[in-house]
Design a protein around this ligand. Structure first.
Ligand code: COA
Ligand code: AMP
Length: 634
């Protein structure tokens, strides 16, 4: 029997113009679009061409005009500073308009880029919305990246202004942001005109005269700015994500399709609406933070929670339950790793008993596959549906989900359920031919992608085509492999490139190899993601040293660990490396990564027929045992 999901899915594929046109009618437009889908220049599809819109207006002003001015728009909950502060829609609009005025005073205009390097404080969301208000393009950079990564992004986006804060707080550690920012600007070829710095009392920053402006001074002198109408197809933001090299990809999101799609997902995927409290425990530096801490909940008129803390240690493994209960959260979104951290500290979920969770209806998990253990533990403890859903920075919202606002399907552990409406998801072989149900292949999406996804990469149409559109003509390559079973359930098994997922953070092992290869004593190297019971995967480096190196191996290992931390950032969690005499390779010289991985993860492996010298595998086992991996192997 057909259900609301089946109907919505079929219609979204058969009649995307009708489906998304209807969803768009729910948003505020200054001028209606000429065409819902412009498919005249594939693979550069455009949604709502001719439409004129403002994302900040849709997030704030529109709701105030519709009676939500006094409802909370954002609750800042920061156990690390012992602060809880709420902003109504009117208050958030006023602060945003004022900061937009301050940015305009620094010369920011429609189309200019503004880079935001901030911890999880309300000013981060205010800065993003202020850019949207002016039609400027924001590029938020996650705080756990090093100065070098920040510099790469500054060079690519060429921001006119950078907005930052004096420090962030990681559990009990105060992390000074400003010295990292200063170093990044020194390293970058492209310099911003100005930096606006939010001074936090835990550590104030030294300002550079003529370039740096205090947030408080900038807003004190400013007048509130109005929303600037922009084309639906104009960019709202750039978000850099790991590619297969050290050069990250600048994923672009446009305004119109993004408002329409995210507003639709709030009701249809997450089953929340105007007035409901929604909490995504992530960071504004990631796509989850963009879509579901800031824009999605505000487009829908929900109250969003902005949480500055960790699942454990701030102060304990009960903090998620405290936040859910205190703010009456209806739906929460986080990464499975957060639940693994809680489960490790409080295996019987005893801390949950202290809180009233009666308003809580659904937990959504993403960022990595939800392992069945974590799923079952969360279901058993919370007694609400626990929904795995699969998406990527590029897609901006879920490719596959159990769409709770449409139909609640039975959960199959290990599966993010079915392709979401708008996504013509298929599994194909190397020649782009469909494979039978249940068989593993490349997960690809038949074009066009739905609204709210990436129209291109910043200033790099060629890389957009090369990365996503060329291997399987007519399809978007997700770079994930998996299968779809005979009932339409999707199973995402692994990446097909060198990307690994560390505590829900997406990282490129290729980028880490580039860093290791720069060490003067390293002749050759490989970095692999090995299984980790908390973070899902962690990177491990294998180093072959130059002949004749007489230095202590432990010293070299310490140095490469520091180099990755210094060049990529602490977020890489690169803490393990080992020296090996040689790397196992095929006769044609390709490193046998899959085999090393299996050894590290303690899985059975076959000696590959193509290996040039099978005795190396014994050496690899020894090296891995030496760093605490592969230990159970006989
Ligand atoms: N600014 C500066 N440094 C940061 C940072 C930030 N915003 N975020 C993380 N770091 C640092 C951490 O302090 C840590 O440094 P250390 O090596 O000196 O200890 C390092 O980067 C790794 O951080 P993290 O991956 O968060 O590991 P952790 O051990 O501190 O915590 C978890 C582990 C599981 C509790 C944590 O990763 C978590 O809460 N994850 C939630 C998942 C999530 O938000 N995913 C995003 C996508 S939904
Ligand atoms: P990011 O761009 O950081 O969101 O990372 C996207 C990648 O994370 C995807 O391509 C997948 O490899 C992985 N991923 C995210 N969510 C899931 C999920 N629910 N199941 C399996 N893999 C996931």
């Amino acid at each position: 029997m057909s259900n609301k999901y089946d109907e919505a899915y079929k219609r979204s594929i058969a009649d995307p113009n009708g489906f998304w046109g209807e969803a768009a009618a729910d948003c505020h437009w200054y001028e209606k679009w000429d065409r819902v889908l412009d498919d005249s220049n594939p693979p550069f599809y455009r949604w709502f061409k001719g439409g004129v819109i403002n994302s900040c207006y849709n997030a704030l002003d529109h709701h105030i005009e519709n009676g939500l001015g006094d409802q909370n728009a954002l609750i800042y909950d920061s156990p690390v500073t012992d602060t809880i502060k709420s902003y109504t829609y009117s208050e958030l609009r006023d602060e945003t308009a004022l900061f937009a005025g301050a940015l305009a005073d620094q010369g920011v205009r429609k189309g200019d880029r503004v880079l935001i390097y901030m911890p999880m404080i309300p000013q981060a969301a205010i800065a993003m919305l202020a850019c949207a208000r002016l039609g400027a393009v924001h590029s938020v950079v996650f705080g756990g990246f090093a100065a070098n990564e920040l510099a790469t992004r500054i060079n690519d986006a060429k921001p006119k202004v950078i907005v930052s804060a004096s420090c962030g707080i990681e559990v009990a550690k105060v992390i000074a942001y400003k010295p990292l920012l200063d170093e990044a600007i020194d390293l970058a070829a492209s310099k911003p005109d100005k930096c606006v710095i939010f001074q936090r009392p835990m550590k104030t920053a030294t300002m550079i005269a003529g370039r740096d402006i205090d947030w408080g001074d900038a807003t004190a002198a400013a007048q509130p700015a109005d929303c600037v109408p922009v084309a639906a197809t104009d960019p709202l933001y750039i978000l850099y994500t790991s590619g297969t090299t050290g050069q990250p990809k600048g994923v672009v999101r446009d305004n119109g399709g993004h408002v329409v799609a995210l507003k639709w997902t709030m009701k249809n995927i997450y089953n929340v609406d105007r007035g409901d409290v929604y909490w995504a425990a992530s960071d504004v530096g990631w796509v989850v933070g963009h879509s579901y801490i800031v824009y999605g909940p505000l487009f829908r008129g929900c109250t969003t929670v902005l949480f500055e803390g960790k699942p454990v240690g701030t102060p304990d493994a009960g903090v998620f339950w405290r936040v859910i209960s205190q703010h009456k959260v209806k739906c929460m979104f986080t990464a499975p790793t957060a639940f693994r951290a809680i489960k490790r500290e409080d295996p019987d979920a005893r801390l949950m008993a202290d809180y009233d969770l009666s308003n809580f209806k659904t937990l959504f998990l993403a960022g990595e596959r939800t392992d069945p253990d974590t799923l079952q533990w969360a279901e058993k403890s919370l007694k609400v549906p626990v929904i795995d859903h699969w998406w990527q920075t590029e897609t901006g919202w879920a490719i596959a989900a159990n769409c709770m606002g449409l139909h609640h399907f039975e959960v199959k552990p290990g599966s993010p359920t079915k392709a979401a409406p708008g996504w013509n998801l298929q599994v194909v072989d190397e020649s782009s031919n469909p494979v039978p149900a249940g068989q593993i292949g490349a997960l690809v999406v038949k074009l066009p992608l739905p609204p709210g996804t990436l129209p291109t990469l910043w200033n790099n149409d060629d890389r957009f085509i090369e990365s996503y559109m060329s291997e399987f003509p007519g399809f978007y390559k997700t770079a994930d492999a998996g299968f779809i079973d005979e009932n339409g359930y999707v199973f995402v098994m692994s990446r097909t490139d060198d990307i690994i997922n560390v505590a829900g953070h997406r990282l490129s092992t290729g980028a880490m190899e580039e860093v290791l290869a720069d060490h003067p004593d390293v002749a050759e190297c490989a970095v692999l993601g090995v299984e980790d019971s908390l973070k899902g995967q962690v990177p491990v480096g294998f180093l072959v040293l130059n002949a004749g190196t007489s230095r202590e191996q432990s010293e070299i290992i310490g140095e490469v660990i520091q180099m990755v931390r210094g060049r990529i950032g602490p977020v890489a969690s690169f803490k393990k490396a080992t020296v090996v005499k040689r790397l196992p390779k095929t006769r044609s010289g390709k490193i046998l990564r899959g085999t090393i991985q299996k050894i590290a993860d303690n899985q059975d492996y076959k000696v590959p027929a193509t290996i040039d010298d099978p005795t190396i595998l014994g050496e690899m086992e020894q090296a891995l045992t030496g760093i605490g991996l592969a230990k159970a192997r006989k």
